[in-house]
Design a protein around this ligand. Structure first.
Ligand code: G3P
Ligand code: CA
Length: 267
């Protein structure tokens, strides 16, 4: 992608599950919309189906974001690929996408392979290993390798690139073991002495606290230890966005990147 004029060099807005305020989360519709709005950093969630295929979906169950119910980890890929992932979503009137009910009637749950093929060369992906499934990291690694995502930028926001994150330290350990050259970051509520030690012991390059709780001191401490800090957990809070921006973090995930860009420009 070309450099976007609006892109703030200091602070990267990462489209969380795509532009997920504006279009159904973790679908091509949400990622395509993010790109069209000028955001080439995507966050997405990966977990395994019952038959071991990596798919992009946030919740443990299908209930909220598809037209079926049940645990993702107990459902086959064939069933998941037959589902609709857009019917639940009403495009908000103040959103940057299509407005109203049934705005995205064709959306489906992407496999990790479909996603990596579609956005190869176009995005920096912040891939969250969502579950604790033991085979998840290695399965993701095979797809990332197959589609050429393991030798690009990492640990920054440059596209094309890849950075891996998780709330689960054991999953990060597995992932670092199979992808030692990729930057990994730990999602947690707040940075303290103990979490810094865990992060350094594990060989992480990033630590990712909740935007609503981050402080300048947490960031200074982490940076002094050589760790990159970006935040998450903005939800619908303009205050949390401002807090993250002013804290010294390098960026944040946000569901509404287009509005966030306007808010930051006005600061
Ligand atoms: O950026 C990380 C963020 O996505 C973590 O929270 O629940 O949205 O996956 P969650
Ligand atoms: Ca996530």
């Amino acid at each position: 992608m070309k450099n976007f004029e609006h892109k703030n060099d200091r602070f990267t807005l990462i489209a969380h599950r795509g532009a997920s305020y504006d279009a159904p989360e973790n679908t091509f519709e949400a990622f395509d919309l993010a790109l069209s709005l000028g955001f080439d950093n995507f966050e997405t969630d990966v977990q395994l189906t019952g038959d071991g295929r990596a798919v992009l979906i946030h919740d443990e169950t299908l209930d909220r974001t598809t037209d079926a119910s049940g645990a993702v980890a107990e459902t086959t890929i064939a069933k998941i690929k037959s589902l609709n992932a857009g019917l639940w979503f009403d495009g908000p009137e103040d959103g940057a996408g299509i407005h109203g009910p049934l705005a995205y009637p064709e959306a489906f749950v992407p496999t990790l392979d479909e996603f990596l093929e579609r956005y190869a060369g176009k995005a920096h992906v912040h891939l969250e290993l969502k579950s604790t499934q033991p085979a998840l990291a290695e399965t993701a690694m095979k797809s990332l390798d197959q589609w050429g995502w393991l030798d690009q930028h990492t640990g920054d926001s440059v596209a094309p690139g890849l950075t891996i994150s998780s709330f689960h330290l054991e999953q990060l350990a597995r992932s670092i073991a199979v992808m030692p050259n990729i930057a990994h970051g730990w999602l947690l509520q707040k940075i303290d002495k103990s979490s810094l030690k865990h992060a350094l012991d594990l060989g992480l390059s990033g630590i990712y606290p909740n935007a609503g709780r981050v402080t300048k001191k947490q960031i200074t401490d982490a940076n002094s230890a050589g760790l990159v800090v970006r935040t998450w957990g903005i939800a619908n809070s303009k205050g949390a966005l401002k807090r993250a921006y002013e804290s010294g973090a390098v960026g944040t995930t946000v569901d509404w990147p287009a509005r966030a860009r306007e808010i930051i420009a006005a600061l």
